[in-house]
Design a protein around this ligand. Structure first.
Ligand SMILES: Nc1nc2c(c(=O)[nH]1)N[C@H]1C(S)=C(S)[C@@H](COP(=O)(O)OP(=O)(O)OC[C@H]3O[C@@H](n4cnc5c(=O)[nH]c(N)nc54)[C@H](O)[C@@H]3O)O[C@H]1N2
Ligand SMILES: Nc1nc2c(c(=O)[nH]1)N[C@H]1C(S)=C(S)[C@@H](COP(=O)(O)OP(=O)(O)OC[C@H]3O[C@@H](n4cnc5c(=O)[nH]c(N)nc54)[C@H](O)[C@@H]3O)O[C@H]1N2
Ligand SMILES: [Mo]
Length: 767
């Protein structure tokens, strides 16, 4: 492919703030690259507005009183990426075999533009060829029905977190009517550690903060979340907090610019004067996998200082009234932290006692603290325990369920949290199956389905026949990707509902279909007129979104229509469910959702139109703990190192797979990572200078990584250019999804099965 060879590579040091002119430059580059120079800017003004559309990028809050420009650098890139006039048409596929396209990069595949026609793989010519919609639905339905007769558990229904609540509900129902709970989703690779950890600890599976809490908090702690790249609109809240004097304490192995300094690109004064706001007040470069130790150290300090205060008659550090009324397990937890050794806590966290004590003092000095976290906590062997240690820290000072305080997992895809709310779950216990049975007159499957890691295992074991994908790029996103790809070829049916071509569409088994759908920005016209959809953000706010753009091709169908047509072609007719009625008017799907989930979606069709939408109730937010004992739990456990390292072998380092500022997951917008000073390449490895010396590495030669595993399967990745970087010794960083072949499927969070992508044990070599 062209673009790879011609890009100049430059490694520099970026000294600018997050936001600022760098951000404007990056937006305008995307505007030109995607050829939306005329339409782009106007569209952005409708982004995240009550009457406009919800951004397709991250799940950060869409406020009820939005700013004039309620978008960010990366939201703008996501919008342009979808609006692009570039098209991947049948002509394109006539010119390229699928084998040829497999050598293309992720960037080049998607950058070719929006898919325009439904496609079927033709093995005789090794090409994707156009197919009529009716023909595609008929053939897919026939195959699915056949497989269902044989064994309905051999089909998988994957969902990436972008599809609307309406489509997701219909899709999950289709899977259950088909006869399984095989509903893996992107959150299985992401915040599943949150869903399991928070549910166990506080009885609610989602975060407890509301947007308003950011306005009145007096302190923020960040654990492994990078707002500068992944939720940049949040920087405005951070800036306001910093200006109010609220300390911001960061735990992150890398110094991420978006947590250090910010210039608001929407403020003319700041832009012209170059004024920057310093964000962090203390930055702790914790070792990858060292957060349990770091948080435990803070808890130890708080408990012991509180003990001392009790003896000396001083001010208590803990919220004893809250602990007594609302929690259990405190005594055991307090004992465990009292007995923890500072040596071990320092060694495992990679941090010094004095710095940890400073962080603990800041925490204790503030009445209302928000604890924010992301993939730096969830994607570890003890990802669930990471989340639960964070809850322990919050509980010590009653920082849940009061204004200005709370737990804030920052969810990934714009509707990933909402998909779980409406039934996309491999665990049937999370779904009101009895309600579904009554509403639709069928017997829902009760057996647990496959999550993402289990789906890969089942595919590798040859147990799966069909894979349906509602968005996403499964084969690039999963761990052990080359191995899963090989096994994938044995599937007899794969169906991809997608907007852009990606690698998953090119790995063909028996029958392969690529079905192009409308994006969220586009007018979705059905029998009753243009449709509105709804999505749920990271704070459980549900709001409407309506596309206003002309569809990229008149052949596109909506996700809802595609799911309904496949369901109709597969399942026998059901007198309780009229798929056509649902497609004709999505308000009828919302009525059905409200019937299944009356507590969550009361008066749904009206409330979705309220400015900023409506909040779904979260019991923990009201200090109602839906756990067995009715209390929030302090969790005590011995695990302290969330990494998979093999003993203390000094030649093994922990690989953090990371996102650049120029990508949305497997969608690569470009080859720059501005904040980290990288231009023109993604084939780099960030390393501590001392490690480069320790391993005798030559800066001018590329590095090969070899995974350290127990299964004797060799996993290597070569061609990485060394970048000396401020990163703790023993940790290295490189980009996802390029490195995914290095992560064995077996290296996942013990309790949630989230792949342990933030601490992959590897060895380094140079040939
Ligand atoms: N522009 C853009 N926006 C996105 C995405 C995107 O790819 N691009 N992806 C979306 C999705 S699906 C998701 S889930 C979110 C992801 O957003 P984040 O949760 O921010 O995920 P990452 O960037 O993978 O990693 C977050 C941070 O964790 C740090 N880290 C790594 N290991 C550790 C550790 O052991 N401890 C600590 N404390 N920190 C660690 C990394 O240095 C990094 O700064 O963003 C969403 N938004
Ligand atoms: N090593 C490593 N692996 C990781 C991670 C990591 O940090 N490190 N992060 C994990 C995380 S947090 C996540 S969420 C997963 C992401 O996994 P996925 O959600 O499966 O992947 P995406 O890259 O978000 O999917 C991109 C594709 O979605 C399709 N698409 C885009 N918009 C639409 C739309 O509106 N409708 C439809 N139907 N399709 C659309 C396009 O075809 C595009 O190519 O990856 C995980 N994998
Ligand atoms: Mo994610």
């Amino acid at each position: 492919m062209t673009s790879l060879q011609t890009r100049p590579v430059k490694i520099t040091h970026y000294d600018g703030p997050a936001g600022g002119w760098g951000s404007l430059k990056s937006v305008s580059r995307a505007l030109f690259q995607q050829g939306v120079i005329l339409s782009g800017p106007g569209v952005l003004l409708r982004q995240n507005k009550p009457k406009g559309f919800s951004c397709v990028s991250c799940a950060w809050v869409k406020p009820s009183k939005p700013k004039v420009a309620e978008f960010c650098e990366n939201g703008a890139k996501a919008t342009f990426w979808e609006l692009t006039p570039k098209r991947t048409t049948p002509d394109f596929f006539r010119d390229h075999t699928v084998t040829d396209l497999k050598s293309w990069t992720d960037f080049d595949l998607e950058n070719h533009g929006r898919l325009t026609h439904p496609l079927r793989y033709d093995s005789a010519t090794d090409k994707h060829v156009p197919v009529a919609w009716e023909e595609a639905f008929r053939a897919i339905g026939l195959q699915l029905a056949r497989i269902r007769q044989y064994d309905p558990k051999t089909a998988i229904f994957y969902a990436s977190g972008r599809a609307s609540l309406e489509t997701s509900y219909a899709y999950a129902l289709f899977a259950r009517m088909y006869g399984n709970n095989n509903l893996p989703d992107s959150s299985n690779m992401c915040h599943e550690s949150t869903s399991i950890g928070l549910k166990e600890s506080i009885g609610s599976a989602v975060g407890t903060v509301k947007f308003e809490d950011f306005k009145e908090t007096d302190c923020l702690f960040f654990f492994g979340q990078n707002p500068g790249s992944n939720s940049p609109r949040m920087l405005h809240e951070l800036q306001e907090a910093a200006k109010r004097g609220a300390p911001i304490v960061v735990f992150n192995p890398l110094r991420e610019r978006g947590l250090e300094r910010f210039t608001n690109p929407q403020s003319p004064v700041e832009m012209l004067t170059g004024a920057e706001t310093r964000l962090e007040s203390q930055y702790l470069q914790v070792r990858a996998g060292g957060d349990i130790a770091a948080m435990k150290a803070m808890c130890k300090y708080l408990v012991e200082e509180d003990d001392r205060a009790k003896v000396a008659g001083g001010e208590p550090l803990l919220d004893h009234a809250f602990i007594a009324e609302h929690t259990d397990g405190f005594d055991e937890f307090a004992d465990a932290v009292r007995h923890a050794s500072w040596d071990e806590l320092e060694r495992e966290s990679g941090l010094e006692r004095a710095d940890l004590e400073t962080a603990a003092r800041t925490y204790a000095a503030c009445k209302k603290v928000i604890l924010v976290y992301g993939m730096g906590l969830t994607q570890h062997k003890f990802g669930v325990e990471n989340v639960q240690m964070l809850v322990n820290l919050a509980l010590l000072r009653g920082n849940i369920g009061k204004p200005g305080a709370g737990i804030c997992p920052v969810r990934g895809h714009s509707n990933v949290q909402g998909q779980r709310t409406v039934g996309i779950a491999d665990d049937p216990k999370l779904v009101p199956l009895d309600k579904l049975a009554e509403q639709y007159g069928f017997v829902p499957p009760r057996e647990k389905g496959l999550n993402t890691v289990e789906s890969c295992e089942a595919i590798l074991a040859g147990r799966i026949h069909a894979f349906i994908s509602l968005g996403g790029n499964f084969l690039r996103a999963v761990p052990d990707s080359p191995r899963v790809e090989e096994a994938w070829k044995e599937l007899s049916l794969t169906v991809h509902i997608a907007t852009k071509l990606n690698r998953s569409h090119l790995i063909t088994g028996g029958d392969t279909y690529v079905l192009p759908c409308l994006g969220r920005l586009e007018i979705d016209r059905q029998a009753s007129g243009p449709q509105t959809v709804t999505i749920e953000d990271t704070t459980t706010k549900i709001h409407r979104s309506r596309g206003r753009r002309r569809p990229a091709s008149h052949h596109l169908l909506s996700e809802m229509k595609i799911v309904a047509e496949i369901a109709k072609a597969t399942l026998p007719p059901n007198p309780h469910l009229n798929w056509d009625e649902w497609v004709a008017d999505y308000a009828t799907v919302r009525e059905a959702i409200e019937k299944t989930y009356p507590e969550q979606f009361g008066d749904y069709n009206r409330r979705k139109d309220m400015p900023g939408g409506f909040l779904r109730p979260v019991p923990a937010r009201e200090r109602k703990w839906e756990t067995e004992s009715g209390k929030a739990h302090f969790k005590t456990f011995d695990e302290i190192n969330a990494s998979f390292d093999t003993g203390r072998d000094p030649s093994v380092v922990r690989l953090i797979t990371m996102r650049s500022n120029d990508q949305f997951n497997t969608t690569i917008y470009g080859y720059n990572d501005r904040f980290r000073g990288v231009e023109g390449t993604r084939m780099v490895i960030f390393m501590n200078e001392e490690d480069i010396a320790r391993f005798n590495l030559d800066h001018d030669r590329n590095v090969t990584l070899t995974a350290v595993t127990e299964d004797n399967i060799e996993r290597t990745f070569s061609g990485l250019q060394i970048i000396p970087y401020n990163i703790p010794r023993g940790c290295v960083g490189a980009y996802y999804p390029e490195c995914n072949g290095l992560i064995p499927l077996a290296q996942h969070a013990r309790k949630s099965k989230v792949p342990a992508a933030k601490s992959v044990p590897v060895r380094l070599s140079q040939s």
